[in-house]
Design a binder for this molecule. Sequence first.
Ligand code: ZN
Length: 340
Amino acid sequence: MKAVIINNFGDIDVLEYKEIEEPKIGPNEVLVQIKAVALNHLDIWIRKGINIRPKLPHILGADISGIVVDKGSEVKHIDIGDEVVLAPAISCNLCYECISGNDNFCKSYSILGENVWGGYREYINIRGEFVFKKPNNLNFIESASFLLTSLTAYNALIRRGNLQRDEIILIMSGGSGVGSVAIQIAKKILNAYVITTVGSDEKIEKAYEIGADYVINWKKSDIVEEIKNKFGRIDMVLDHTGKMHINNLIKIVKNGGRIVTYGATSGHIAEIDLRHIFFRQISIIGSTMGRRSDLIKIIDYYEKGILKPVIYKVLPLEDAKQAHKILESGEVFGKVVLEV
Ligand SMILES: [Zn+2]
């Protein structure tokens, strides 16, 4: 089968399109012919070997849709020919955390394409319990596009941030994969008032189209001034930028407000004034991925059309280099997806 593998960490040239052996399945596994795999910034971090350096050779790609072409004797809930999506992470399914539903706290929790091989390839074998029917109303490209980002946004906003109806939230980088879902979850599921930031004027209209109430081009305006003048201090912030904005975000949230962080793209070592945190009783809350049970709910939201995929560009698998280049350019609004 064809695959895009990495044999070194580095720039886009380490992505090699080549022939590798097809995987075999065990009795509790399913063989999926991959039809689409979406990119995440995680793919770029891993390709570069920043923070995460899996054993090489390695295959990237967490967000996978496809068709079941074979299954082991113990897999009952899925049939050959079913059109499916895969949970973007696997876990042991046996420990206390897994059984109590907090599988993203499992010690063996592994995102596909991070420390296990992912979906930049034609076929994947995976345990049956991580395979779900895709939404009927979405094609394979759309179905692959929403998995990791929606799970991340849902967990950060609802499970960790406890966002309430009608609260005012600032979602940083509304054009990012997670940002573009978070806007929709906050608006369409919780009817929050959604402020978001974008990095260019071209993205402003797109952010309004997916449900934002107020959009700021952070390269042109001072986020703190604009929000304080317009709204006063706000209830909650969702951030993945890290070092660059954290002190501004602390200034923006009201007494008792929450900042949920799920990444640190601009740097992970930040100096903060703890007096703001304790005097004003601000919570800084971490969030990573989400519960597999919530993925079932998320798939349902997409099937009902409450949440909608936001796709920026589709390229064939062999153009993975180009796809990485586009994602790194920062011009993206929504997801870049590879068609397999
Ligand atoms: Zn576990």
